[in-house]
Design a protein around this ligand. Structure first.
Ligand code: ZN
Ligand code: ZN
Length: 384
């Protein structure tokens, strides 16, 4: 490691080391090997004091593999700068605020704030996914992946938030400053719904309105049921806590709208499992909307076991039998080797090759809201 680092001049060695560690911690970098374990029916698999995936056994490779990747990327000049900035539009704040107070008349709507942060309005509830409004996805303020596009809605402009779901504790999904601000919002803190093991992190910040869930457990906010469901990923905010807290996705059920939020994930059988598990409840249909990560996938030798690429994102859309999907987790933080603007282009190609309808799986501009027709209620109104 010393020989590799010594190739380059290091005028600010401490700063550089901190930046390296920040990048390592902020991204989602582990290596996995195949595993034959059957999925746990009761919750996430455990190995001592750590969690495991249903279909893959993670074996973090450590700094050697990370260095090898970073040296290759540096040699090849990756990631290349994007040719287009991430599209951003002014949010429709008047609609979002009126919708937040509409109760049962709330129009199902999703607004992309950036990265994996979305504002989901359904069943009378305004809910945020993995909120990050900070300028870096990092444990330190001076280093680590920087934000390339401002949040689609500023924290101060948000409507009152009823619930926040956190998929896992990586820095680009669990941001301390954002959580602090949301906990202090006018009208009281939202309910934070978090994976097993993450409640203690909130308690250390003095935030108590938190429920932590194992896979397949659920929390209720008004008319909305939030079920924590599997993904294939991992967790950790430092070098010593890898996989000690759980990771996952959320299957969110309102009377008139059903959303799946993917957080971070590789491709696995977990999505077919989720569809099977909820098939009866969904009257033979899938989710009305899936929010599926499409970015942070290169190089594949490093990322395949933890992040899907757009082709695999299309497989998740199909496995969930989602009516519509929106690609998230791209265009905001430069975490990996593909250009910031590549994921939506690759998604369009993959969706076309899979024969999806033009509007089945698309992306939003940062700040844009998409409204949805309410889901048809009851078996008699389900499509034939
Ligand atoms: Zn992650
Ligand atoms: Zn991520």
């Amino acid at each position: 490691m010393r020989a590799i680092i010594a190739r380059r001049p290091m005028p600010q060695p401490l700063h550089r080391a901190a930046r390296f560690v920040a990048v390592a911690l902020a991204g989602c970098f582990a290596i996995a090997a195949a595993c034959g374990d059957a999925p746990g029916e009761g919750g996430a698999p455990r190995r001592g004091d750590r969690f495991q995936n249903n279909y893959v056994e993670f074996e973090p490779k450590g700094l050697g593999a990370l260095l090898s990747w970073k040296i290759d990327a540096s040699r090849e000049g990756l990631p290349k700068p994007p040719q287009q900035p991430t599209p951003r539009v002014a949010p429709d704040l008047a609609f979002l605020r009126a919708n937040a107070t509409a109760g049962a008349a709330m129009v199902p709507a999703v607004t992309w704030i950036g990265h994996a942060s979305t504002l989901v309005q359904l069943g009378g509830v305004s809910l945020l996914t993995d909120p990050i409004f900070s300028t870096r996805a990092s444990p330190v303020s001076f280093a680590g992946p920087a934000r390339h596009v401002a949040p689609g809605i500023a924290l101060a402009e948000l409507p009152h938030i009823d619930a926040v779901v956190i998929s896992h504790n990586h820095y680009d999904h669990l941001d301390e400053a954002s959580v602090h601000s949301l906990a202090a919002q006018d009208g009281g803190a939202p309910l934070f719904v978090v994976p097993l093991g993450v409640k203690a992190w909130f308690a250390a910040l003095g935030i108590e309105r938190v429920v932590e869930l194992d896979w397949w457990q659920s929390a209720r906010v008004g008319a909305v049921e939030i079920v924590f469901t599997p993904t294939q990923h991992w967790s950790g905010r430092g070098l010593g806590d890898r996989m000690q807290t759980l990771w996952g996705s959320y299957s969110i059920f309102a009377p008139d709208f059903q959303v799946w939020f993917g957080g971070d994930t590789a491709y696995s059988q977990d999505f077919a499992d989720i569809h099977r598990r909820f098939a009866e409840r969904q009257n033979g249909r899938g989710f009305d909307l899936a929010l599926i990560p499409i970015g942070a996938y290169e190089p594949r030798w490093f990322m395949r076991a933890q992040h899907v690429d757009p082709t695999e994102a299309v497989l998740i859309h199909r496995d969930l039998a989602a009516e519509r999907s929106i690609g998230i987790h791209w265009g905001t933080f430069e975490l990996t080797d593909e250009s910031l603007d590549e994921p939506p282009q690759a998604l369009a190609r993959a969706a076309r090759q899979a024969g999806l309808a033009d509007d089945a799986f698309t992306v939003l501009a940062v700040g844009a809201t998409r409204r949805f027709a309410p889901r048809a209620l009851g078996p008699t109104s389900a499509p034939p």
